[in-house]
Ligand binder design. Sequence first.
Ligand code: FEC
Length: 311
Amino acid sequence: MAKRQIGVLVMSYGTPESLDTIEAYYTHIRRGNPPSPEQLEELKARYEAIVGGFFPLRENTNRQVAALEEELNRDGGEVEYRCYQGLKHASPFIEDGVEQMVKDGIGEAVGVVLAPHYSSMSVGGYIKRAQEKADETGLRISFVESYHLHPKLLEALSVRVENALKKFEGVDKNDVRVIFSAHSLPARIVEMGDPYPDQLLETSRAIAEQVGITNWQFGWQSAGQTSVPWLGPDILDTLETVKKEEQVENVLVSPIGFVSDHLEVLYDLDIEAQQKAKELGIHLERTESLNTDPLYMQTLADVVRRQAEAN
Ligand code: FEC
């Protein structure tokens, strides 16, 4: 008997194909408004700085999607899961992923985003686009909205914090200020009652408990350059405050809002924040990204299976 087939739309941010396509990518992020020449140059310079024009997020997303498909089908059960990529700002776009499933004869699907915390401005946006395309094409789809307290995710993140704390040789773990971080969003999400800030704090608190640390705080990073206020304070200001007001000398940043090595980690933390820390005389380390950590793949597989069963 043929196995029941379930499509999995694995959604992720997307990255340019090459330095030449940064403008089109940036224009898409800005909802069709091209960036000014200065904005474009500034973004190109950031990509050039991380890896000389190689875009790590693309390869990392490919690997994550392949590893998730393997994990989902590992037990050889009655269901065959088929994973499709759907990117927010690059090809294959979210709509392309849905269309491809339908072309391949898939009738039911689950969508999941490679970002554990829900905001109407992040995950909510992915889901809206996928649902619209699914309605248009007749695909039955439901979504995992968040998985920020999944025990396996927490374990993977806690192990990373424990390992990175060992880099501060001779320093007691509670003398290292751990800053859990995530992408900032426009501050109006707070008035909208968006769960994003609370979910991030819940993840931070759970990791701190597992690792047994009390010296931690949360910090926002990578705010956009727009005229509206963004959630803050920004991590660069936080570094300055903790050094000047609390004489903190050792900081570990754990970017729990991201699951992969990409610009916001490799530039905003490893170059920009590191530079700031050097100026301030702070020893700064960062936890490793999840990428294809088996515990992360098991987290995703578990939430996808549960969603499929709930359908
Ligand atoms: O490595 C790469 O090529 C891509 C790295 C990347 C990730 C990422 C994740 C998130 N973003 C989120 C929100 C916003 C909002 C705006 C915005 C703008 C940018 C720009 C770049 C960029 N983001 Fe991003 N984001 C990444 C890259 N992001 C490049 C444009 C230049 C800049 O502002 O730095 C503002 C849009 C606007 O102008 O209106 C809002 C959120 C996440 C985490 C969740 C997720 O992955 O979806 C939230 C990775």
